[in-house]
Each structure stands twice: as structure tokens, then as C-alpha cells.
Design a binder for this molecule. Structure first.
Ligand SMILES: Nc1ncnc2c1ncn2[C@@H]1O[C@H](COP(=O)(O)OP(=O)(O)O)[C@@H](O)[C@H]1O
Ligand SMILES: [Mg+2]
Length: 438
């Protein structure tokens, strides 16, 4: 085993939410970044990936556990670690050269040395000739290269990339990723380990020696998968496709379990994150699933290809239809259920009824809202108490998102209505609780 550069043991981190209560973001995280490896980190938004990176960089203290850099406890910013962010964070009034020199200046490097090293980093990342340019004169891809040059100029032992390719268009992101892998393979940079937070399963598999998937609430390592394929890797090769399938399967394994027989069903907690899924897209996905190409089942990578959706968009859709039992997730494949089949064949009115029925049966938050409204003589309630309830376990933005999703779904299933002007949720006019559709 290669020597560890950074090692976390049993790391926990909480943040105070707006109402002063502590919310656990990371719990029991064991992680080891060793010499010679590239690790990809996947996980839902809000699962604590960025927090983990800041902990590894020594920028955020932990509440529990142990953080070591080269076997020494880490108490402040780690000198050998550089970070690259999604937003380029360049100073608009400084030239490329000046932006890259900044980090060296902070480290007290003499001006001559600074200029020479910055030029070398700029040329390494393919921006020679642009030293005098201002950020606004550059394309997005070039700006991100400046961000990377700024990280590389200190010759870091560890490079942490937080969704560094996400803001770029696909081709630009791919090219930059390949350039970084070339630098890595050719050892043109002294960096000994790279950790990449990614939104894209294929990107993770193409880059990493090890893919780590984070679970949410609280964030922790859910599973990891070794990728022992030589680089450069061909995204179309059977080995790569197989691994991508495997990651999909593991990432959706939880949602698959929700789809089993009632007796073994783990009940979704009231304040669970709901997959952020748009209803017409869910319907589109179900319709695609039953058409001639798929005949009722398909693996998620194929669906991603056919729908041209990113993993971030497709996974919540698949999880949502599984949550409502319109489909079943199994080993990264999505299968239509008999109910889902009926749903696709139904007219809009019946679709809505089915949707409402499944919502009440399988999304406790929706059932709770409905039940609370029925207790009110006026049949209406402000949204605040529900938001407060969600904020006990979710942060404010997440609570808001979950309630928005529940309301969208509830409106579609005619389980309740929502007034955007008053923020009141109310029972649908002149409707009794949807009778179960036989
Ligand atoms: N400085 C902070 N103060 C309060 N809450 C924070 C802070 N940083 C992150 N959080 C919360 O911690 C959770 C995890 O955030 P983050 O690490 O950014 O997740 P990810 O990068 O996986 O999207 C989020 O709910 C976020 O709101
Ligand atoms: Mg993040």
C-alpha cells in the first residue's frame, strides 16, 4: 500500500443552522488519500463533498475524529494542498500572470522566482501567450485553466478539484480533463495525489483509480470501487461501460430497496430529501421505458444516452418513479411496474389520480401535509410549519427544495393546492380524499 498523504479517521462535522440547532453534515468519515492515486468522489448535492475537501485542505476544523497530513495532526491550512473550484474565482482586474502569481506572493516567494514559476505553470496548462490577458478576454475553458495554473504553481502534493469541470461545456470539460490526465501520466507535474469531486459517473470512472460514493444526511462514504484500467481509457470500451453500470447500480441500490414488497419496505422518513424530479420528465422517462426500444426495462447509462440527461438529472427522475412504485430500480436497471404500465396507458385524469394515490402511500411528507389540512376547518395552512419541520433535519435551502417538490407533486396528484401569492397550502376545492383507484 502506498504511503498515505492525508488520512481521516471517524471524522464528524456539524454546522449551526439558522435557528441555532446543530446539523450533522459529516459523520464517521474514514478516508485515506495515498501517493500515486486519483480518487473520484460522487454524491448528491448537499452530501458534504465540498466540506470534506475543505477539511482535507485544513481549511475547516472538524468536530470529531482525526485528520492527519503525512502522519501529523492537521490544525490549519495544509501547505502542500491546492484546490480548484467550479467558479473560477479569478480577480477580474488582474492579468492571467498576476492571478497565477497570487498564491506564490502569499507564500513569500521572491518576485523573479514568482514570474518564472507562474510562466511555467501557465505554459504547462496550455495558456502560453495569454499571460497578459484579463479574465474577461478568455473563454470559460481558458479561465478554468488559469484557475488550475494557480493551483499548480505552488507545486502541490495534493490537488483537490471541486466540480472543476461542471461549469464548462461538455467538450471543453473533456479536453481539460484529458490534459490533466496527460500531465498526471507523464509526471509533468509534481502532484502525488488528486481528489476530484464529480457530477458525472463516466467522468469519475475515466479519471480515477478509486471511485468513492458519498451518502447524504449525514454525509459518509457509502461505498467505493477500484478502477484498475490503464490510462488513457476509452469511454466506449466494454470494461469502462461495465464499471459505469456498476456505479449506477450501487448508487441506486437504496431506491431499489424501497421498491420491494411492503413487508420489508423501509419507510421514508417524514423529512427525507425527495428526489428533485419534474413530473413531465418523469412521465417522459416512463413513456420511453415502455416503448419499442426498451420494452419495459433499461439500464440507466443507456437511458442517460437516449434522454441526453446528465446523471444529476436522470438519477432523481429514476429515484422518483421508483419511490412512487411506477418503476423498480434493480442493479442500475429501471423496470416498469404493472402500475407504471397502467400509468403510461392512462388518460391525464387517471394519471393524476394514480399519482396522488401513490404520493399519499409512499411519501410521508405529502400524507402529513394532507392529513394536517384535513384537521383544519378552513382546509388551509401556511407553509411555514412544514418548512420548520423539515429544517429540523435539513438545512434551510434543502428544506425549501423538498417542500417545493412535495408541493409540485401534491398539486399534480390533486392531493392539495398551493397559492403562490399567499404561501397557503389548501385542500383541493370540492374534492374528497382521492379514493384509491382499484
Ligand atoms: N459554512 C457552513 N455553514 C453552515 N452550513 C454549511 C456550511 N458549509 C456547508 N454547509 C452545509 O453542509 C451541507 C453540505 O454542504 P457541502 O459540503 O457544500 O455539500 P456538497 O458539496 O456535497 O454539495 C449542506 O447542507 C450545506 O448547506
Ligand atoms: Mg459542493
Amino acid at each position: 500500500m502506498n504511503p498515505a498523504i492525508i488520512e481521516l479517521k471517524g471524522v464528524g462535522k456539524s454546522f449551526k443552522s439558522a435557528d441555532g440547532t446543530a446539523r450533522s453534515v459529516l459523520e464517521g468519515v474514514d478516508f485515506r488519500l495515498a501517493e500515486g492515486e486519483i480518487v473520484s468522489l460522487l454524491g448528491q448535492s448537499g452530501s458534504g463533498k465540498s466540506t470534506l475537501l475543505r477539511i482535507l485542505a485544513g481549511l475547516v476544523p472538524v468536530d470529531a475524529g482525526d485528520v492527519r497530513y503525512r502522519e501529523q495532526p492537521l490544525f490549519g491550512p495544509a501547505r502542500g494542498v491546492s484546490m480548484v473550484f467550479q467558479s473560477f474565482a479569478l480577480f477580474p482586474w488582474l492579468t492571467v500572470q498576476q492571478n497565477v502569481e497570487l498564491g506564490l506572493e502569499a507564500r513569500g516567494v521572491a518576485p523573479d522566482d514568482r514570474a518564472r514559476r507562474a510562466e511555467a505553470a501557465i505554459s504547462l496548462i496550455g495558456l502560453a501567450g495569454f499571460e497578459g490577458a484579463l479574465p474577461r478576454e478568455l473563454s470559460g475553458g481558458m479561465r478554468q485553466r488559469v484557475g488550475i495554473a494557480r493551483a499548480l504553481v505552488i507545486e502541490p502534493e495534493v490537488l483537490l478539484m471541486d466540480e472543476a469541470f461542471s461549469a464548462l461545456d461538455v467538450l471543453t470539460g473533456e479536453r481539460l480533463r484529458e490534459d490533466i490526465l496527460d500531465l498526471w501520466t507523464s509526471r509533468a507535474m509534481p502532484t502525488k495525489a488528486i481528489l476530484v469531486v464529480s457530477h458525472n459517473i463516466e467522468e469519475a470512472v475515466l479519471m480515477a483509480d478509486r471511485v468513492l460514493v458519498f451518502a447524504s444526511d449525514p454525509g459518509r462514504v457509502r461505498f467505493q470501487l477500484a478502477v484498475q484500467l490503464p490510462r488513457p481509457r476509452d469511454p466506449e470500451s466494454p470494461e469502462v461501460r461495465q464499471l459505469i453500470d456498476e456505479v449506477y447500480a450501487l448508487m441506486t441500490a437504496g431506491a431499489g430497496r424501497i421498491g420491494r414488497a411492503p413487508a420489508e419496505e423501509p419507510r421514508l422518513p417524514l423529512a427525507a430529501r425527495l428526489p428533485e424530479a419534474d413530473i413531465s420528465r418523469m412521465e417522459g422517462l416512463l413513456e420511453m421505458l415502455v416503448d419499442d426500444r426498451f420494452e419495459g426495462h433499461a439500464d440507466l447509462p443507456r437511458l442517460a444516452e437516449e434522454t441526453e440527461l446528465t446523471d444529476d438529472d436522470l438519477l432523481p427522475l429514476a429515484q422518483a418513479v421508483a419511490l412512487l412504485r411506477l418503476a423498480r430500480l434493480e442493479h442500475g436497471d429501471l423496470h416498469i411496474t404493472p402500475l407504471g404500465q397502467r400509468y403510461v396507458e392512462a388518460e391525464n385524469l387517471l394519471r393524476q389520480e394514480l399519482f396522488g394515490q401513490q404520493l399519499l402511500a409512499h411519501v410521508p411528507l405529502a400524507a402529513h401535509i394532507r392529513h394536517s389540512l384535513e384537521q383544519e376547518p378552513s382546509g388551509e395552512l401556511p407553509e411555514e410549519p412544514f418548512l420548520r419541520l423539515l429544517s429540523e433535519t435539513l438545512d434551510a435551502a434543502e428544506a425549501e427544495r423538498v417542500l417545493r417538490t412535495a408541493i409540485e407533486w401534491g398539486r399534480h396528484g390533486e392531493v392539495f393546492e398551493y397559492d403562490y401569492h399567499t404561501g397557503l397550502i389548501h385542500l383541493p376545492q370540492g374534492k374528497d380524499l382521492a379514493e384509491p383507484v382499484a
